[in-house]
Design a protein around this ligand. Structure first.
Ligand SMILES: *[C@@H]1O[C@H](CO)[C@@H](O)[C@H](O)[C@H]1NC(C)=O
Ligand SMILES: *[C@@H]1O[C@H](CO)[C@@H](O)[C@H](O)[C@H]1NC(C)=O
Ligand SMILES: *[C@@H]1O[C@H](CO)[C@@H](O)[C@H](O)[C@H]1NC(C)=O
Ligand SMILES: *[C@@H]1O[C@H](CO)[C@@H](O)[C@H](O)[C@H]1NC(C)=O
Ligand SMILES: *[C@@H]1O[C@H](CO)[C@@H](O)[C@H](O)[C@H]1NC(C)=O
Ligand SMILES: *[C@@H]1O[C@H](CO)[C@@H](O)[C@H](O)[C@H]1NC(C)=O
Length: 614
């Protein structure tokens, strides 16, 4: 998708030349978007004008409403088109921009001497590398460096403009106002010993008690607890499951081999056979972590957890790993030491160019919705709808800080008002959001209190929970979400968006997963664990469907909320925690902490309509 490195210099020179002449536009500029820098970011000096930026211009999609209609029809089990997923070409045809939009945007770029454009598969995104200084003219803006409280620096702006006649034809241009600081939803406290939760009760069921250890949960335990043990896969030639990596995370084969040898020996070949794709120079490797990787960067805990959670349960279903690089949208220089690409967009646009996509894909990353401008979150969410229309289920971890962490719950509108903080992409209505549980009989919403670990404050861990402020409640939630809100009797009114898309949709174990990292056994926690585990289990449901000659589940939520929920074990104990309050209570039926509950695999297979596999 990107122009090759060798064209960089000439592009930079060409753009410099263009700068000499004023920006051309057939109508005057006016502000297209403003967005506050979130509180975690401090504004520094002006960005280096010569740094290269990979500008992504999102053209208005031609007929997204129609795509959405198709998506809901093929995902609704009561509809005659259920399971008739769309081809890549059909999806592209629906979302490609109109000729008018495309012509006007190209005219503007051409008149300003912008060349070497690349495109997304539906040509609804134009991608081009330009020096910051040039982009400042093109968008009538100024870029500054902003520093996140974790030390990470990006060049962004809080306001940008377009010629007025283009406002209706361009949804978003990034990187401009998007203060993404994605994080792995991995609530691991390295060097802190696993502790038995205070609420833990020994399971009364002897087969569960025999294999489940609450401070080191293993594939054997999941297979027993969620009843996948008996199942023999029959569609290994057709079925696939994938997961995504960002922030330099790489799944490590030798670690995974040690893990599978010990905990799921029948699947040990998955350690060598999983496929790795590199997108935008995302890192891939076959060998162990190097000493520097382990000590200097400390990477691959998340990626190892993902590949191990999936391969531990999915019984040799082929696995695909996607590593999306972040650098460089800027050439690093002293004033911009690091930068990350807009992560999900680069990945999803690459994915949509592929003819064949795994039927299930898990992602364990996310961030506060309000750190991303609405227009951009909406577009990324629409690209997820396109993946769903093609028949793929997207699982996202719901986050690890309940309704928003401790002392962090403030609005990003310049007023710093106390309120709950929803997470994106978990808040996108076209993905399936996964919360976390712990204990076995009964399973309860996960919770571990804040504490200091080796002198460092570690915030509490509880599954991400909440209501979107960007996405309104999808129809499929109409039966359960208003009833839940009503049951609160006004509790927390004004602190969350009652009419928003509520999440998570379901939950799975998320505390103290046994895993291997840097050739060493350990445990790791997070909704980061729950999402790939759920992905592995639903992959087996797809196996039964494919073996029966049926379509895979695809975009899961319409099925889940109308039918599939009966195949989940309701969780009824706990609260969401966060924002210095107890948070949303877990209740009987759906709640925004554990969704409908945790998988009961045989019931899910029956409800899916698979007639094979028994
Ligand atoms: C719910 O959890 C609390 C504390 O975690 C515990 O005291 C209580 O017994 C639990 N109730 C049920 C019904 O499991
Ligand atoms: C114990 O759990 C296993 C696995 O979920 C299940 O098959 C079995 O029926 C349970 N036994 C009882 C007595 O509930
Ligand atoms: C449970 O796992 C822990 C490791 O976290 C281990 O020390 C302990 O011995 C295990 N308990 C049992 C009963 O196997
Ligand atoms: C490991 O990191 C150190 C410190 O950043 C660096 O000096 C060294 O060259 C690196 N070694 C390798 C083999 O990359
Ligand atoms: C990773 O393993 C190597 C080799 O055993 C060891 O030298 C290194 O200290 C380990 N890194 C960490 C962070 O534990
Ligand atoms: C963590 O340590 C700091 C400084 O020692 C202290 O102020 C704080 O209260 C501690 N927090 C917790 C949760 O123990």
């Amino acid at each position: 998708m990107r122009s090759v490195l060798s064209t960089l210099l000439s592009a930079a020179i060409a753009a410099q030349a263009v700068l000499a002449s004023p920006i051309r536009a057939r109508s005057p500029y006016s502000v297209k978007e403003t967005h506050y820098a979130p509180r975690e970011w401090t504004k520094l000096n002006r960005a280096n004008g010569e740094s290269l930026i990979e500008l992504q211009i999102g053209l208005k999609q031609g007929n997204f409403d129609e795509l959405e209609r198709h998506l809901y029809e093929v995902s609704d089990p009561e509809h005659e088109r259920y399971g008739k997923h769309l081809s890549a070409e059909a999806v592209d045809e629906l979302v490609k921009p109109t000729k008018e939009s495309s012509d006007l945007v190209h005219e503007w770029l051409r008149e300003n001497g912008v060349e070497d454009l690349s495109y997304s598969s539906a040509k609804d995104w134009i991608i081009v590398r330009l020096p910051v200084e040039f982009v400042e003219h093109l968008l009538d803006t100024e870029y500054h460096n902003y520093k996140h409280e974790d030390g990470h620096v990006v060049a962004r702006t809080t306001r940008w403009s377009l010629p007025r006649h283009l406002h209706a034809h361009i949804d978003t241009v990034q990187p401009t106002t998007s203060f993404f600081r994605t994080a792995a939803n991995d609530a691991t406290w390295v060097n802190a010993p696993a502790e038995v939760p205070a609420s833990y009760q020994k399971p009364s069921n002897a087969s569960i008690a025999a294999v489940c250890n609450v401070t080191s949960v293993t594939p054997e335990c999941f297979a027993t607890l969620y009843s996948t043990k008996w199942y023999k896969p029959q569609a290994l030639k057709k079925n696939k499951v994938g997961f995504t990596n960002y922030l330099g995370e790489i799944p490590i084969r030798p670690d995974t081999e040690i893990f599978l040898k010990k905990y799921a020996p029948a699947s040990v070949s998955s350690a060598k056979s999983f496929k790795q794709y590199s997108i935008d120079n995302g890192p891939v490797q076959d060998g162990p972590l190097t000493y520097n990787q382990s000590t200097v960067e400390g990477i691959s805990r998340e990626a190892n957890l993902d590949v191990q959670a999936i391969s531990g349960i999915s019984k040799l279903t082929p696995i695909t790993s996607y590593s999306t690089g972040g650098e460089p949208p800027f050439i690093p220089d002293p004033s911009t030491p690091t930068n990350t690409n807009e992560p999900y967009l680069a990945w999803v646009n690459w994915l949509l160019t592929q003819k064949s996509i795994p039927q299930v894909i898990s992602t364990s990353y996310g961030e506060p919705e309000q750190s991303i401008p609405r227009s951009y979150a909406e577009r990324v969410c629409k690209q997820f709808a396109q993946v769903g229309a093609r028949g793929t289920t997207l699982f996202f971890s719901s986050g690890d800080h309940g309704i928003g962490g401790t002392d962090k719950c403030y609005s990003n509108d310049g007023k710093n008002t106390y309120k709950f903080i929803p997470n994106f992409p978990a808040s996108c209505p076209f993905v399936t959001s996964v919360g976390a549980t712990m204990n076995f009989q009964p399973e309860v919403a996960v919770y571990r209190a804040s504490r200091n670990v080796s002198g460092v404050f570690r915030d509490f861990y509880a599954g991400g929970s909440g209501f979107s402020e960007y996405f309104t409640r999808p129809k499929y939630q109409d039966k359960v979400v208003p009833a839940y809100v009503k049951s609160l009797g006004g509790l927390y009114d004004g602190l969350y968006e009652k009419k928003g898309r509520a999440y998570p949709d379901l939950a799975a174990q998320g505390l103290y997963f046994a895993y291997v990292w840097n050739l060493t056994e350990g445990v790791i926690s997070g909704t980061s664990a729950s999402a790939p585990l759920s992905a592995g289990i639903f992959t087996l449901v797809n196996d039964a469907l494919l073996a029966s000659g049926k379509s895979p589940l695809g975009f899961l939520n319409p099925w889940l909320y109308s039918k599939g929920y009966k195949g989940l074990t309701d969780i009824t104990n706990g609260t969401s925690h966060g924002c210095n309050v107890d948070g949303f209570p877990v209740t009987k039926g759906w709640d925004p902490v554990t969704g409908f509950g945790t998988p009961n695999f045989p019931d899910l297979v029956k409800l899916s309509g698979a007639d094979c596999g028994w």
